[in-house]
Design a protein around this ligand. Structure first.
Ligand code: FE2
Ligand code: FE2
Length: 151
């Protein structure tokens, strides 16, 4: 991923680096996503973008659709099928659904595996992938160690 692109996304994020939906979260989602598989490029861009259009710490049901729009406007360099998956994954990531597509499933699982950052424990029933279900059952610290987030 182009570092300039990443810096641009970080710079436009309106909640700042102290938000629990900020870059630290995006990086953990990227680590979980890389571990879970799917199209690695789509998963990487999902991690960076999915919460980047949040305007509020709390209830903000349009942040997914706004992230999909941001992807449409700024990720034209992806293959059309990749862009479509990225947009769908961003748009619906907080709708509590699962998906059979391995890439979209990896995106959503990666995001939900980091729910313990806000004191919500991971529920395997809301995971799309087998690995996501398995990781959801591990203790946060053990899970983060397994995917390399902590050493
Ligand atoms: Fe979100
Ligand atoms: Fe998120």
């Amino acid at each position: 991923m182009d570092e300039l692109f990443r810096q641009r996304v970080i710079a436009q994020f309106s909640l700042g680096s102290r938000s629990c939906h900020s870059v630290d979260h995006w990086d953990r989602v990227a680590a979980y996503g890389a571990f879970l598989g799917g199209d690695s490029e789509v998963v990487r861009y999902f991690a960076l973008l999915h919460d980047s259009q949040r305007w509020s710490e709390g209830h903000d049901p349009e942040h997914g659709p706004r992230a999909a729009l941001y992807a449409a406007e700024h990720c034209g360099f992806l293959q059309p099928e990749q862009l479509m998956k990225l947009m769908l994954a961003c748009r619906d990531h907080d709708r509590g659904r699962t998906h059979s597509d391995p890439t979209i499933g990896a995106c959503w699982d990666a995001d939900r595996l980091d729910l313990d950052r806000v004191g919500i424990s991971c529920d395997p029933n809301f995971m799309s992938t087998a690995e996501g279900k398995r990781l959801a059952l591990r203790r946060p610290w053990e899970r983060q160690k397994e995917v390399g987030i902590v050493s």
